[in-house]
Structure formats: structure tokens, C-alpha cells
Design a protein around this ligand. Sequence first.
Ligand code: FES
Length: 116
Amino acid sequence: MIGPDSSAGTPSQRRPRVHPPGTVTIRCRRDGPLVVELAAGLAAEGVRIRVTDHEDREFPAAAAGKPALALCRCGQSRRRPFCDGTHGAAGFRAAEAAPDQSPEPSKDPPSDPARP
Ligand code: FES
């Protein structure tokens, strides 16, 4: 990983991380960077994360074959586009939350198996 990856929040607030096979996950860390993570096994298959500038020149740090890296989104890093941890001292605040996609409980009354 390039950049810090300590999770924000108390242990009871953290949800287990899920990395479905074959995916690249971009995780918005609370008050921190965007963490780009390859699912387990992708790096072994030769998949790598590539970060380029506006002229498609690759940043060497990203070419190191890491399965994860952190991209600065506070604008204060001295190693942009990578996070160097400065967001903490800068007081960066961001806590975007994805919409809850858990199924809603049914509003229909439970069916009576004795009735046809
Ligand atoms: S998000 Fe970490 S230094 Fe900007």
C-alpha cells in the first residue's frame, strides 16, 4: 500500500471489508484518501494498479506492484497524487456514505399457511 491505511472509526463501527473476486475496490476512507485495492489473487494474475498523469505517464510508485494504494483527495499531500497522511494534520473531513442496499423488511402481513 502506498500511504496510510488505518481505518477510521471505532472497532464497533467498522464493517468487515469485502473484496469480491475479480474486482478492484475504491474505498472512500472517512476523512482520508481514496484507497484502491485489488481483490486477492488479481496481483498474482498479473493485474496491477496503474496511476498516470494527464499525459499518460505512469507514476513510478504505482508501478511497484502493490495490491493497494491510497490517492490523496484532500489536496494537501506533498506526494500527490498519493496520500502521505497530511490529511490528518490538515483536518480534512469527508464521510461520504453509500446508500444502504440491504433489503427492506416486507410490509405485508405474514401469510397464514392454513388459509388457501
Ligand atoms: S488524503 Fe491523505 S494527504 Fe490528502
